[in-house]
Design a protein around this ligand. Sequence first.
Ligand code: SF4
Length: 243
Amino acid sequence: MTTTGSLHSWDVSTGVDGPGTRFVAFLAGCPLRCLYCQNPDTWRQRDGTPTTAEAVLADVGRFRRFIQVAGGGFTVSGGEPLLQPAFTTELLAGAKELGLHTALDTSGFLGDRAGDDLLDHTDLVLLDVKAWDRATYRRVTGRALEPTLRFGQRLAERGIPIWLRFVLVPGLTDEAANVDGVARFAAGLGNVQRVDVLPFHRLGAAKYTALGIPFPLADVEPPTGELLRRVRTQFAATGLTVA
Ligand code: SF4
């Protein structure tokens, strides 16, 4: 019996979705509403395409050799994959059966929904920690930070490596104390292999226009090189590897 989930799309890409060239399945639906979200078209689960895990895995299988040679793997992303934990578990387990390295790309907000069986099939978690300051986190995402911290700690206890991602938005997430908080938390976990500081950009603005919703950060400029260097240095100062 294969689980049916709501799939937004899939892609084969090389970049920040984990090591090497990867098959990335983007699931539909996300409980957060990040002000800088580049994929508002993934927000609603009902806008995705009902698809069985078996069908997704058949597509993954067609790229298996290529991905293995490229030192890559399979990543389940979104939206928020933990909104559909059974579907996500079946995808990760199936990718492992195909002999692929697996990664889960998540905000961690629904980390409590990730069963041990899901984590048993997860080699790497790409964890977005969007802010440390509680009020800033809520302003950025509309939700609370605590579940993400709890999930990070659970991953540390299980020894599952994390690539931590932090989106740098001038005037929103760039306060030195906010960055320091994320950096100290990450360094304290002991399982954060690398940190990606991602500069805010406005490339997703056209999607908001297409959906008829205003892009909240339309007037915000991307960070300067100087600000980006300062923030990367703050992370590196805690002993973390900054990509
Ligand atoms: S968690 Fe990701 S998909 Fe969800 S709103 Fe935030 S940036 Fe967008």
